[in-house]
Design a binder for this molecule. Structure first.
Ligand code: 13P
Ligand code: SF4
Length: 303
């Protein structure tokens, strides 16, 4: 990628000079994912790895809640996000005040909060989860009923895998809610060999026509080990581009949907972030302790 080369060289040089580490989510574009990132993965991997980062500066290539999670786990370190406007429709669907109202309405019911939320929301929760461990986290409670918020579809998908009664919220991922079972079945009809691999933020009817469902890491692992001849990744478009070079024998079929928030992170913005130490992510100290506890409980959960 000659057009990216000057940025890639500059970022890697400044990163070294500053002693910084770049964390990148699986939805980052290939030039970020392959050429400048030091640690890559799904939300759970990034949260786990953020605990042991051996650097004073973390540049988070992902969305804002991911950078906040890194800051919660590294309060003494400087956490930067190359574009602070990189949000998430799930994170924006709920506030801390909403969670307090839910607690009043369902007293004693444990609250499991998806990591795709603000620190303010995490602070009101018992424990966080990601799409990789949501079922285990829900099952870790003795209670018959569990609040699993704010992703309605993730909660419905968890409900299909547990005996517990799951209460939820009306949040949706603007990327995954767009996929429909009908469009996927059209692809299957056109070529029955196509395997459908979906993210649990999709509607349960989408998972019902899928061969596998899991977190972004789970989806990647499935493709790398199973090596389907043709596969449709029901998720953000960069995933297929990021792994194509490792699985040249696999044909990735569209459709995919772009996450406009993830796509706010670009090489020029990463370089600026490192040069000017922007934008620094901070968490209100009055909520940081409780929010950290919710994330740490998830990380420390066995399984
Ligand atoms: P993963 O935890 O599966 O990487 O998902 C994060 C996300 O934002 C998916 O839309
Ligand atoms: Fe949020 Fe969906 Fe984008 Fe993931 S893909 S960051 S859940 S809007």
């Amino acid at each position: 990628w000659p057009v990216f080369a000057p940025y890639i060289h500059a970022i890697n040089r400044v990163k070294k000079e500053r002693g910084a580490v770049i964390l990148a989510h699986n939805y980052q574009t290939p030039e970020i994912f392959h050429c400048v990132a030091d640690i890559k993965g799904d939300s759970l991997q990034l949260a786990r790895d953020a605990v042991s980062v051996d650097a004073e500066i973390i540049v988070q290539c992902g969305v804002h809640f991911m950078a906040e999670t890194s800051k919660l786990l590294n309060p003494q370190k400087t956490v930067l996000i190359p574009d602070g406007r990189a949000g998430c429709s799930l994170s924006e669907s709920i506030t801390g005040a909403d969670v307090r109202l839910l607690r009043e309405r369902y007293p004693g019911v444990p609250v499991v909060t998806y990591v795709n939320t603000s620190a303010e929301v995490k602070a009101e929760t018992d424990i966080c989860c990601t799409s990789a461990n949501a079922v285990d986290v829900v099952n870790s409670f003795d209670s018959d009923t569990v609040l699993c918020i704010p992703d309605e579809y993730l909660a419905m998908n968890v409900a299909n895998q547990t005996t517990k009664k799951i209460l939820t919220w009306k949040g949706h991922c603007e990327v995954h809610e767009r996929f429909t079972a009908d469009e996927l079945l059209e692809y299957k009809r056109a070529d029955p060999r196509i395997e459908i691999v979906a993210h649990p933020e999709c509607h349960p009817s989408v998972l019902a026509v899928s061969d596998y469902a899991g977190s972004t890491k789970g989806m990647i692992d499935y493709v790398k080990t199973k090596r389907p001849a043709r596969v449709l990744l029901v998720t953000e478009c960069s995933m297929a581009s990021n792994i194509q070079s490792e699985v040249r024998d696999v044909d990735f079929v569209k459709p995919c949907n772009l996450c406009p928030h993830m796509k706010r992170i670009t090489l020029p913005k990463i370089l600026d972030s490192l040069l000017f130490m922007t934008e620094e992510v901070t968490v209100d100290p009055t909520i940081a302790g409780r929010a950290r506890l919710a994330v740490e409980r998830m990380i420390n959960l066995k399984n």
